[in-house]
Design a protein around this ligand. Structure first.
Ligand SMILES: [Zn+2]
Ligand SMILES: [Zn+2]
Length: 287
């Protein structure tokens, strides 16, 4: 039996390979199954699924949702979602709309600070791609409002600065709700980014998330130390949660990270997929 990778990005979010390319790449590398888990979208799943069907390779439709959390960041994976589920579709549309409103809000804040800048200028600076704060910084630099890029962030754009606008995020409760409603299995991604202070704080958070519908923990992840893997695995076992894993491969990594193996010899067994499937059918039949 081959091995699996349940955390991958494609061009549907910030990955380099298209969904078809990543499916073909995974098969060529000798994997047995992958999950496509783009940030806040399922737009790459359809293409990945049909390419998988065409070449005879198992593809799991998935997603990675950013949830509200501090001090670190919380990402929640969803596996085997019905990608056409009405609630999921509606929530992801809402998210896109909220994100699109962010840039005009930054413009407004800058205007209120007395800076002459229009959203059209920022759009032009982006060259038609996705607009972000670096494009605001470039326009501020062009207009000589600031002397350099860093100053634009420090004085205006960074978190806590007067033109900062928070990125919209769902609460964990909302994210877990719509993943579950869409028939997905929700798994806490890379717990090492949560910024939790010690085992008991993390445990408390996990108990809370389980209450909200969490079904597993991404135990195996290239950035997890051996000690963290032991810790996350024991938490998963203690609360009867799934242990999943993946490389978070985005294509063309700087640091020798590759699909399926991470930075070394990750090679997760197919039984992980079987366990996810078992939890999924249990929760579907329990409805
Ligand atoms: Zn993530
Ligand atoms: Zn990711």
């Amino acid at each position: 039996m081959g091995y699996v990778d349940l955390h991958l990005h494609t061009t549907a979010s910030d990955g380099v390979l298209s969904p078809s390319e990543i499916v073909r790449y995974a098969k060529a590398k000798g994997l047995q199954a992958i999950a496509i888990t783009d940030h806040d979208t399922v737009e790459g799943c359809e293409e990945g699924l049909s390419e998988g069907e065409r070449i005879g390779f198992e593809v799991i439709p998935g997603i990675e949702i950013s949830a509200e959390h501090s001090p670190g960041s919380m990402h929640i994976l969803g596996f085997f979602l019905d990608i056409h589920h009405p609630l999921l579709t509606e929530r992801l549309k809402y998210l896109q709309k909220a994100r699109a409103e962010r840039n005009p809000k930054i413009t407004e804040k800058l205007n209120r600070l007395g800076i002459d800048i229009t959203f059209e200028e920022v759009l032009r600076a982006s060259g038609g791609g996705q607009v972000g704060r670096p494009h605001f910084a470039n326009v501020l630099l062009e207009k000589k409002v600031v002397r350099n890029f860093q100053e634009a962030f420090d004085r205006f754009l960074k978190k806590g600065a007067p033109a900062y606008v928070d990125k919209f995020r769902f609460t964990s409760k909302e994210a877990l709700h719509f993943i579950n409603e869409a028939g997905g299995v929700a798994v806490l991604a890379h717990p090492n980014t949560l910024g939790m202070n010690g085992y008991s704080e993390l445990e408390k958070l996990i108990v809370h998330l389980v209450d909200e519908g969490l079904k597993g923990i991404e135990v195996y992840y290239p950035e997890h130390s051996a000690a963290q893997i032991v810790q996350y695995k024991s938490l998963a076992e203690k609360y009867s949660l799934l242990s999943t894993g993946g490389t978070d491969y985005h294509g063309m990594e700087k640091s020798e990270l590759d699909i399926g193996v991470g930075r070394g010899d990750m090679k997760l067994p197919y039984s992980i997929v079987q366990n996810v499937k078992a939890v999924r059918s249990r929760s579907l039949s329990g409805r």
